[in-house]
Design a protein around this ligand. Structure first.
Ligand code: GLC
Ligand code: CA
Length: 536
């Protein structure tokens, strides 16, 4: 495979509203992000995926875009954006923009024109029908909304303020490519493509993801925009299998660099049901799924590696132990993921071992998905307790609480009132404390990133799962003569391993335990380490 910069990249996702507020209005902003670039450079990341900062009424925190070529006033100005790109570049950090082109805001000029003027070309940029079918919105309720004025229904797979775009319209596609080129000309490092697997939808046949025109559109996009540039492009593809992922990311097909697959992320809800229908994680399923993704792409695709993003609960609360073993289990998940093959993504605060923020009432939440689900389930007869349990486990605001920078009021995130309250544990868990403590979660992430930079085996080595008892996740990476072994105990109990190998040195570990003979070794709860094996 031809080597690209993004094979070696480590990406950090910034959710702008919650990262750092520079002007005391309680909302994170672009100058706030720029002011923290030195912190990110210290962590060692080489790219930032910036969640949307475009002009937006913020119905879905910016995933509802009113103008793709303007910055939302709450986040700053286009000059602030240019400055962020330039300052990041000085630190060898590239900016990956969020590309949300499955839908716009209903306040986008195209949609406004489409409604006011049903004869305008913009009308066909969206999807209109005289009668709705029974397609559901991902944010609860019908996917169709009636527009009184023009007497037709429009399609919205997310909120009704997020009308779906009609990719069959060629003129619309050209407009999107022009907009992408505007950003490429600014010197950005790539695009993260929001629900990109939905652009080939055929609503009348209830085809939502992976429609027949999806890949032809992506090929067309590639040619019209980033194809001849060195950009990182990553698609959000909830339904991808390894076979599907190869269609996107096989370099010979000229589509994307990689996709986010979510198969591992779906393991803790009841199969076939909603994400709110909880089921405990079975570690052996996690091993099977991640190992499948590690081995099946071969040379015909590239993995992205992630536990967290702005839509998912905090990993240490989700599958770790965020009480007694918070630090240790946060590090265990870091070690497990960062020694795998693919491009790792760190979601803001993950490097601090931030936890979920359980709440007792819906009033304490802001997220539209959570609020819609709450009302929907109340109507369907669910108890408030069961709904809150689901929201505390999986609700998106768990990941969206402002970043605690210090132990001061509101974690030093803002001098004003934060748009969403911080997790009350910010006095103990914050950036300042993490930086000062050499044994912090932060320093483990930093070390893992450095190992990746220093050792091609982490980027290119072959992966092989080791047979172990079910709570232990262990695998080899091999490159030429070199062989590394990663061992992670994903449980609160002691576990034994027996590996027929000897090692030279320990590369990273999350406990002080002495690592001795691997032929019979007892792991303490959540213990994780990486060793370099010796030749025969
Ligand atoms: C993606 C985003 C999510 C958003 C949705 C609609 O899944 O990650 O935050 O709500 O698309 O744009
Ligand atoms: Ca602000």
């Amino acid at each position: 495979m031809q080597e690209k910069w993004w094979h070696n990249a480590v990406v950090y996702q910034v959710y702008p509203k919650s990262f750092m507020d520079s002007n005391g209005d309680g909302i994170g902003d672009l100058p706030g992000i720029t002011s923290k670039l030195d912190y990110l450079a210290k962590l060692g990341i080489t790219a930032i995926w910036l969640s949307p900062v475009y002009d937006s009424p913020m119905d879905d925190n910016g995933y509802d875009i009113a103008d793709y070529q303007a910055i939302a006033a709450i986040f700053g100005t286009m000059e602030d954006m240019d400055q962020l790109i330039a300052e990041a570049k000085k630190r060898d950090i590239r900016i990956i923009m969020d590309l949300v082109v499955n839908h716009t805001s209903d306040e986008h000029a195209w949609f406004v024109e489409a409604c006011e003027n049903p004869d305008s070309p913009e009308r066909d940029y969206y999807i209109w029908r005289d009668e709705p079918n029974d397609l559901d919105s991902i944010f609860s309720g019908s996917a169709w909304e009636y527009d009184e004025k023009s007497g037709q229904y429009y399609l919205h797979f997310f909120s009704k303020k997020q009308p779906d775009l009609n990719w069959e319209n060629e003129k619309l596609r050209q407009k999107i490519y022009e907009m992408m080129n505007f950003w490429i000309d600014k010197g950005i490092g790539g695009f993260r493509m929001d629900v990109i697997d939905m652009i080939g939808k055929i609503p009348d046949e209830k085809v939502v993801n992976n429609g027949p025109m999806l890949h032809p559109y992506l090929k067309e996009m590639n040619q019209a925009t980033f194809g001849d540039k060195e950009l990182l492009t990553v698609g959000e593809t909830w339904g991808a299998t390894p076979e599907i992922a190869k269609l996107y990311s096989n370099p010979e097909r000229h589509e994307l660099s990689m996709v986010f697959q979510f198969e591992h992320s779906l393991l803790d809800n009841e199969p076939g049901k909603e994400k709110w229908d909880l089921k405990p994680l079975d570690v052996s399923e996690l091993k099977a799924v991640l190992s499948k993704w590690q081995t099946e792409l071969g040379n015909e695709g590239w993995n992205s590696l992630f536990w967290n993003n702005h839509d998912l609960p905090r990993i240490v609360s989700r599958w770790g132990n965020d009480k007694e073993y918070r630090v240790r289990s946060a590090k265990a998940f870091a070690i497990l993921l960062h020694m795998m093959k693919g491009t790792p993504y760190i979601y803001q605060g993950e490097e601090l071992g931030l936890t979920n923020t359980p709440v007792s009432s819906i009033e304490e939440l802001d997220d539209i998905e959570s609020i819609n689900m709450y009302h929907d389930r109340i109507e369907r007869g669910f108890s408030v307790e069961s709904i809150m349990e689901s929201l505390n486990a999986k609700g998106r605001d768990n990941a969206r609480r402002p970043i605690p920078w210090t132990a001061e009021a509101n974690g030093g995130f803002t001098t004003g009132t934060p748009w969403l309250a911080l997790n009350p544990n910010y006095k103990e868990i914050n950036v300042e404390a993490e930086l000062q403590n050499p044994d912090s979660v932060f320093h483990t992430y930093r070390k893992l990133i450095q190992l990746r930079k220093d050792h091609p085996i982490v980027v290119w080595g072959d992966y092989e799962l080791l047979e172990t008892n079910s709570n232990v996740f262990a695998y080899y990476r091999t490159l030429g003569e070199e062989r590394w072994l990663t061992v992670v105990n994903l449980s609160d109990s002691e576990e034994e391993i027996s590996v027929d190998a000897r090692f030279n040195k320990v590369l990273v570990a999350n406990t002080e335990d002495e690592i001795t003979d691997l032929h019979a070794y007892k792991l303490s709860p959540w213990q994780a380490f990486v060793v370099e094996l010796s030749g025969n």
